[in-house]
Ligand binder design. Structure first.
Ligand SMILES: [Cu+2]
Length: 69
């Protein structure tokens, strides 16, 4: 499935890379696209392996406030 997340606190492409790398470490992630200007990320994933809550927790652990939108 595809899920959008609001991600706060990103200020540059390094932050984008940090978020994308962290999310990609989870199982079942198919695609991660983070948009710095919109402060959001769209993640495609296999819901049999991972869920939106786990993805949000991973982003938070990487240092950015996030919520499922
Ligand atoms: Cu940055």
């Amino acid at each position: 499935m595809k899920q959008k997340f609001a991600i706060n606190g990103m200020s540059c492409n390094h932050c984008v890379a940090t978020v994308e790398k962290a999310v990609n470490e989870l199982p079942g992630i198919q695609k991660v696209k983070v948009n710095l200007k919109k402060n959001e990320g769209v993640v495609k994933f296999d819901e049999a392996q991972v869920d939106a809550k786990q993805i949000a927790e991973k982003v938070t652990a990487a240092g950015f406030d996030t919520e499922v939108v």
